[in-house]
Design a protein around this ligand. Structure first.
Ligand code: ADP
Length: 265
């Protein structure tokens, strides 16, 4: 892999913005959900949050917030859509499609180009914290984002079975090679709260709560498998989820992002 290169896409972003990429080893582990919950927690704390949906071939952010189209173009740049309650700014390929069911059948270079345009052709003015939902794995787009955007941190999402696995270690290693600070791991669907007796059921055995794996990266949160959460995603009403696991972590995450620096800081 090449050495870290100039963060050339930074010039298109507002000054002082903190960019946070969210990565997983494979699809379906809840990476988009974690991105959405992080943005919602930051927005609820009074910080201006945005989401750049870089998962071009599997975009699910607009559906989770019930936002549909963006049409506004000001001075040649598109304005992101805004969520109903918290005003989170969102840009996603789905917001540009006739129907959200239309597939994106593009090859790699075109997909990376679309992500670039979500930085250069979208007006992110006013956004303080931009969360980037990466496609799973360590392919072209994660590499483009990690090399060319001024990232203040990376969050890695995994399911419990995957936590100690090779894929997570690969993602962490890639971040290290590109000198991107890993804020922490999020273990999703780690347990279930019995709706009848309230007892916690560890679906895949109890995990080590101290550290996500042997890399020393801290485990930020463990999110239960919660049918209420899935229902809110399907209804496009994720903003009203009351048990956001990141609500109590916003201050400390923001502190570590700020200390890592962002664009022009
Ligand atoms: P990924 O981005 O990793 O492909 P998503 O975040 O899109 O995965 O999640 C896939 C689906 O699983 C979503 O429809 C979401 O509603 C559901 N889901 C993810 N995590 C949970 C959870 N902790 N509880 C309930 N449903 C979940």
């Amino acid at each position: 892999m090449s050495a870290p290169r100039e963060k050339d896409l930074a010039a298109s972003l507002p000054s002082g913005i903190r960019c946070v990429a969210v990565l997983s080893g494979k699809g379906g582990v809840g990476k988009s959900l974690v991105t959405a919950l992080l943005a919602a927690a930051f927005a609820r704390s009074g910080r201006a949050a945005g989401i750049l949906d870089a998962d071009i071939t599997g975009p699910s952010i607009p559906r989770m917030f019930g936002v549909r189209r963006v049409t506004a173009v000001e001075e040649g740049r598109m304005s992101p859509a805004r969520t109903r309650e918290l005003g989170i700014r969102i840009m996603s390929i789905n917001l540009l499609m006739e129907s959200e069911d239309d597939p994106v059948v593009w090859r790699g270079p075109l997909v990376s180009r679309a992500v670039e345009q979500f930085v250069t052709d979208v007006d992110w003015t006013g956004t303080e914290y931009l969360f980037i939902d990466l496609p799973p794995g360590t392919s072209d787009v994660p590499l483009t984002v990690m090399q060319r955007l001024p990232l203040s941190g990376l969050v890695v999402v995994s399911s419990p079975q995957e936590l100690v696995g090779v894929i997570v270690r690969k993602a962490i290693k890639m971040a290290e090679m590109l000198q991107i600070p890993v804020i922490g791991l999020v273990e999703n669907m780690s347990h279930l709260i019995c709706p009848h007796c309230g007892k916690k059921i560890d679906l895949f055995g109890a995990a080590d709560a101290g550290s996500g794996d042997d890399s020393g990266v801290p485990l930020l949160a463990r999110i239960p498998l919660d049918p209420a959460l899935a229902a809110l995603c399907d209804k496009g009403d994720l903003e009203s989820y009351e048990d956001n696991p990141f609500a109590s972590l916003v201050e400390s995450i923001a502190r570590s992002l700020d200390s890592n620096g962002g664009k022009d800081a």
